[in-house]
Design a protein around this ligand. Structure first.
Ligand code: M6R
Length: 605
């Protein structure tokens, strides 16, 4: 996710900004830039690549007391010098840095172009610069307020003007922003590590708060200009834990970032109860596809398994999900109207890329779902849908998976709408339920202590089983992968009904069996399987929806999930499994973020 750092004061802004941005590098970025006040003008320098490239491009700079800087994680437009922040208006009078997504940027951009504004980048952020220009007469503060009233979406942003070099204007909604309070100098940043060592006194900005920052003051108001009294937060974190936002590991931080990742991935994609992917200009392919192949590896493959069930149920199109390393060597019976969907967090996984190329070699259309803008699969596929999970640093994938699920649901809803395969009312109902899933995940995260206690109880086991039927089976596979990947405990996932065809022989006294029960119609069937394992001495942990707890009474432990539509249940049921894997790994002393033998991006076959 992008990083913001701004400075105003009597010191020298540029080294402070570069240092602050370097402390935000852990957030991930693909380009960096800075706007500084020099001799009555704003000078902007920005570069694709690492901060070191920006420093080289900057060369020696004169001392200045005002600058804003940014590290960009591409969401709209590929990583490039032009798309890097800060963005300026047509006159170069103002410069803006922004984190988040302006959902209505396309309409705003069209209108601004008609009004004569020239755009230099493909970003959503640039509309902010031009909107502020449009409303700017003599007060930057007023212009920013008016501009923000036109935008929908999320933002943490900071703006400076060459005509008002004594202030930085900043505001926040749904993306993090903090204000650092110094002596004769103040800072604005997207996270605490950026200002650590300079001050320990910060304001944590809340949604819809607005700040006018000078060297000696930070006036905070709501978006309408009403003053807000805020308490100063004293930071006591050490620099390393600060990078993790106070969490012990990136994995835990990323698990907790899932509600926000869901919001960002949904942003602007559901309008009036309907999913809109028409801008992809792929409707004909979606409408006519005879068969869809979903191809991916590891966790992304598990997201594809959920995608298959969702697409088949809603869009009534045959779907096959396959592991990329198998698919690439299969002799697939291609039909010209087939569609291949590749899913990859990194967009660089060698096997997934090879499968994509294989499909293209046969003239088959390919849609990529990836988290990394401009990655190899994004470049080579015919079309791409981005997940907006932000950079995922832990090797174990969590928030990327949940956003891949979100995209699969959006796609299933969209294709169903195009093909008229699902009742209209049900489609819009499901779309609006999807919009609430962030809060459902928040609810599940509150169960973390219960999950931790389970891990404390079972931390010494040698082997575990994960069971489920239908969508629950797909999630069970992801739960088992998480556990073995980071805690090194043997974990196997089985379709609950398949157990008695062999694996039941492995069930012995005290073996934990984590069973997912979120599919209302299958609960009785799952209970029969639970009886089978209980009769062999297993301890059964049910991860079950609260409306099904009565049926699950025979289980030894229960982790309750909110009452959600069964189709959407994977979005909530995976969360306790991620937490279980996390706590098991911590309690067993494993290196959670960097598990042995594994790499984040697998770029070899
Ligand atoms: O970047 P990708 O999504 O293509 O990566 C695929 C797998 O390597 C990845 O999901 C892996 O299984 C994760 N480490 C699991 O947590």
């Amino acid at each position: 996710m992008c990083g913001i750092m701004g400075y105003i004061g009597r010191g020298d802004a540029v080294p402070v900004i570069i240092d602050g941005l370097s402390k935000l590098e852990y957030r991930g970025y693909d380009s960096a830039g800075i706007a500084m006040y020099q001799d009555g003008n704003l000078e902007i320098v920005k570069k694709k690549g690492r901060l070191a490239d920006l420093v080289t491009a900057l060369g020696l700079t004169d001392k200045t007391g005002l600058a804003i800087g940014h590290t960009r994680w591409a969401t709209h437009g590929v990583p490039s010098d032009n798309n890097a922040h800060p963005h300026a208006d047509c006159t170069g009078r103002i410069a803006v840095v922004h984190n988040g997504i302006i959902e209505n940027y396309a309409t705003l951009r069209k209108d601004l172009i008609l009004e004569g504004h020239d755009f230099l980048s493909e970003t959503d952020t640039e509309v902010l610069a031009h909107l502020i220009e449009k409303y700017y007469t003599d007060s930057l503060e007023e212009a920013v307020r008016r501009a923000l009233s036109c935008v929908h979406g999320s933002f943490a942003m900071a703006v400076i003007s060459k005509d008002e070099p004594e202030r930085i204007i900043a505001a926040k909604k749904d993306s993090p922003l903090i204000i650092g309070l110094g002596q004769g100098e103040n800072y604005v940043a997207s996270d605490i590590p950026a200002i650590l060592g300079r001050t320990s006194r910060v304001y944590i900005m809340e949604d819809n708060e607005f700040v006018v920052l000078t060297s000696d003051s930070a006036e905070i108001t709501d978006i309408n200009g009403q003053p807000i009294e805020k308490e100063v937060f004293e930071v006591t974190w050490d620099p390393v834990s600060a990078e993790k936002g106070g969490f012990d590991h990136f994995m835990l931080k990323e698990i907790y970032e899932q509600p926000e990742a869901i919001r960002k991935t949904l942003a602007g994609r559901i309008q009036g109860g309907r999913v809109d992917f028409s801008a992809l200009e792929f409707d004909e392919v979606f409408e006519k596809a005879e068969k869809i192949f979903i191809v991916a590896c590891g966790t992304a493959y598990h997201a594809g398994l959920v995608g298959r069930l969702a697409l088949e149920k809603l869009a009534r199109v045959p779907v096959e999900t396959d592991i990329a390393s198998e698919f690439r060597y299969r002799d697939v019976l291609w039909k010209p109207r087939d569609l291949v969907i590749v899913i990859s967090q990194s967009g660089e996984t060698a096997d997934t890329l090879a499968a994509l190329r294989e499909a293209k070699r046969h003239g088959i259309k390919v849609l990529a779902i990836t988290n990394v803008v401009g990655s190899a699969v994004a470049r080579e596929a015919d079309r791409v849908i981005y997940t907006h999970a932000g950079p995922e640093i832990a090797v174990a994938s969590t928030k990327a998976y949940i956003t891949q699920l979100v995209v699969m649901y959006l796609l299933a809803l969209y294709v169903a709408d195009l093909r008229h395969t699902y009742e209209d009312k049900k489609l819009t109902g499901l779309a609006s339920e999807l919009l609430y899933m962030d809060t459902m995940v928040e609810q599940v995260l509150k169960e973390h202590n219960k999950v931790k206690k389970l891990a404390e109880k079972y931390k010494g086991v040698q082997s575990t089983f994960f069971l489920g039927r239908g969508l629950d089976y797909a999630v069970a596979m992801e739960g088992a992968l998480k556990l073995k990947e980071i805690s090194y405990v043997h974990a196997e996932a089985y379709a609950a009904g398949e157990l008695k065809h062999g694996p039941l022989a492995l069930i012995d006294k005290g073996v934990p069996v984590l069973t997912l029960i979120s599919q209302d119609k299958l609960v009785e069937k799952s209970m029969s399987n639970i009886k089978e394992v209980k009769a062999r001495g297993a301890v059964v942990v049910a991860i079950c929806k609260e409306n099904l707890q009565e049926e699950c009474q025979e289980c030894d432990e229960q982790i309750l999930l909110p009452r959600v539509n069964p189709i959407l249940a994977p979005l909530v049921s995976v969360v306790p499994l991620q937490l279980f894997a996390y706590y098991m790994a911590v309690l067993r002393g494993a290196d959670v973020d960097k598990p042995r033998n594994l790499a984040k991006s697998v770029t070899v076959e």
